[in-house]
Design a protein. Sequence first.
Length: 609
Amino acid sequence: MCGIVGYIGTKSACPILVEGLKRLEYRGYDSAGVAILNGGRIEIHKAAGKLRALEALLESCAPEGLIGLGHTRWATHGRPSDENAHPHSDCSGRITVVHNGIIENYLALKEQLIAAGHEFSSETDTEVIAHLVEQSCNGDLVSAVRQAVAQLEGSFAIAVIAQDDPARIVAARRHSPLVVGVGVGENFLASDVPAFLPYTKNVYFVDDDTIAVLERDHVSFSSLDGQPVEREIYEVTWDAAMAERGGYEHFMLKEINEQPQALRETMRERLSSYSAGIELPGLNLSIEYLRRIDKITMVACGTAFHAAMVGKYAIEALVRVPVELDVASELRYRDPIIDDRTLAIVISQSGETADTLAGLREARGKGASIVAITNVVGSSVARESESVLYTFAGPEIAVASTKAYTTQLMVIELMALYLAQARGALDETRARELRELLWNIPQQVEVILGDHPEALRCAEKYCNHNGFLYMGRGPNLASALEGALKIKEIAYIHAEGYAAGEMKHGPIAMIDPGVATVAVAVEGRTYDKVLSNILEVKARQGDVIAIAYEHDDQIGKYADHVIRVPRTNELLSPILAAIPLQLLAYHVAKNRGHEIDQPRNLAKSVTVE
Ligand code: F6R
């Protein structure tokens, strides 16, 4: 949801900003722009469309200057156009702002500003910020930004430069991500760390309602009432190469292929050998508390919600504690029954999803202890949770989530086993058996990735179909939903994910020669039922692609195509089933000629409600 970058230092700002925007383009790609402070003047260049349109524009002007801001937009207020592209300026063009978030009271503010004589040149909510700063500015940019921020409602990470205060960038945040990168003789700001990873790994995570002031050799923080705030520097472990395509045609394909390594990293130190128990160093909850909880509530959005669905099956089966699932945007408005005996597990790759954060706060406000599962160190979800279990997936750049999902599943399985161990709910023989199976998962994922001719064949055969039905049962109901989501978001083919038993209650009416059905049919409790469901589709002349175990010699009699995955326990099987589903979606989208990493209408990290 929009990416912002800022640079102040001794190098030419423009190429650094554009490079930073490239690494943030996953956050929005409707338009992009830069503002460079050059010889006492702010020069702005912006263009509707992808970043390459801005790059083309900059080729003919290449602005010089050592201080600047950049922005890549996911439109909320005002259509994608040159005028609505950021940066935005005040009436005089002396103050310039970039913004990620939504100013909810912008209409009221705009009316007041217009009444006071301000002239607007865009339809955006952001422009009010530039005019508010102008209204309060009498030479001191920090104080003017502070006064402007005090009037804003909603979510924002902003960065401001001014011609009359040319040696600093002033930034502020509330509910939208903002990080500051600390270099030598240069400093950076961005919505996300990869923007400045080639230059520094030393990072400050900015808190809500904090003002950050970046000078060339110094960074300082203060509260909205002007009190100095001390922040701690973190050293991030990601490196710049992790945020590059590394020879792959798309980030999505790279990230699919990174899953064995990401899963191993996520397992490391938690499951050191399957003969030993699980350790969860980030879980700051006593065994007494874990024994006392009487309910677990899981909160997430999108793909992360599908991970939570698998979690319900695994935790209820192994720990025997009831698990409630909530899409975060629903939890926050439904007054859920949560108290101090509820453990809330909040799942978010980015750790910045606005609804998920609101769900977290709702659960915490009602007394729940919060365990976050997130991929981003220092993200808002991580900072607001008492326990954090990181997925060590490395930066996920493609909008469609792949390695974040399977590593979330890995953490959830580890957590289910840990809770079962803590509550004495599982005998050691079974626990050890499951640990061994979990231990084998990264290598099994490697096997699937090594050779998947049937997935490629299916992608070619069905890429021009106009619909897909995905079905699964038990924990693989989540696989069906995730498979459908993947194909919708990157291939733009209508797809439904269904509990296989529900097909006959309606969706089976959709079966026709233009609709392919993908059935997750791994052996387990309901395997025979899924076979019957496949027959029901076949009886209506529908084509079926089955995801099934190797050496399952029945399935070939039922399905038109079988994509094989290695055997594991049913509770763990969604991790393996995810891989062919991702590959199928990827190759279908590729065959259709789509821009896979940046699907239309979407952005990664949904920081607005
Ligand atoms: C789908 C996808 C989204 C995210 C959702 C939550 O491929 O990536 O559905 O899963 O927007 O994002 P996070 O996990 O960052 O909270």
